[in-house]
Write a protein that binds this ligand. Structure first.
Ligand code: ADP
Ligand code: TYD
Length: 202
């Protein structure tokens, strides 16, 4: 396989994705690579504006269908403004979340909307990561960690524990369905142990 250049981190809220994406980007920089560390929703100026709409307010503020449109709009801007230019310049892109989050959070939590997610993805995004680390984690611990941050961006954490459990199963199913691209990582360990396993994959 050629060297992965577009690498994503996925998992439930509070699973340690941001921590590991940051550490992995530093590791790659330490190897002399040029890296763009980015995130979703967000990662470009317009997409960061959409982020605020999606992550604050009541859980019922948007339907899952409206969320699909907003997350996809944010992703399209992120691709145009950040991801494509960085890849074209020969950099490695490490993104904290990407389309797999929409497949799971919007596609499989409030009814089966996966076909709608996939259609819009094909129409507007049409790009998969080369490599995806899915951090699997006990939902109760992850939710406690996530809420302890008091980020003010807790709209999805506020759906509660059962929602996080559904998400966890969604990510496990995604990992099983895409073994060529996805690597499942046990997140119930220390940051150092997880970071070493991730680095060893390259
Ligand atoms: P995510 O991006 O998946 O929501 P974060 O990386 O922001 O997760 O981590 C959530 C919280 O848990 C942070 O306060 C972080 O410092 C802490 N944390 C991350 N990884 C671990 C770990 N392996 N063990 C214990 N705490 C962790
Ligand atoms: P993030 O900041 O990564 O949250 P956390 O640190 O809690 O994991 O992501 C913001 C939230 O947006 C998170 O709850 C997951 C949700 N989300 C979706 O529902 N669909 C998507 O397509 C994306 C990218 C994120």
């Amino acid at each position: 396989m050629s060297e992965p250049r577009f690498i994503t981190f996925e998992g439930i809220d509070g699973s340690g994705k941001s921590t590991q994406a940051r550490r992995f980007a530093s590791y790659l920089e330490g190897q002399g690579r040029e890296v763009v560390l980015t995130r979703e929703p967000g990662g470009s100026s317009g997409a960061e504006d959409i982020r605020a709409l999606l992550l604050t307010g009541d859980p019922g503020r948007w339907s899952a269908e409206t969320e699909i449109l907003l997350f996809t709009a944010a992703r399209r801007d992120h691709l145009e403004k950040t991801i494509h230019p960085a890849l074209a310049a020969g950099k490695i892109v490490v993104s904290d979340r990407f389309a797999d989050s929409t497949r799971v959070y919007q596609g499989a939590t409030r009814g089966d909307l996966r076909a709608m997610v996939d259609s819009l993805h094909a129409l507007m995004i049409g790009r998969e990561p080369d490599l995806t680390f899915i951090i699997d984690m006990d939902p109760e611990t992850a939710l406690t960690r996530g809420l302890a941050r008091k980020s003010g961006e807790d709209r999805f954490e506020d759906f509660g524990l059962a929602f996080q459990e559904t998400l966890r199963h969604g990510f496990l199913a995604l990992a099983r369905a895409n073994p060529d691209r996805c690597v499942l990582i046990d997140g119930n360990r220390t940051e150092d142990q997880i970071a070493s396993e991730i680095a060893a994959h390259l």
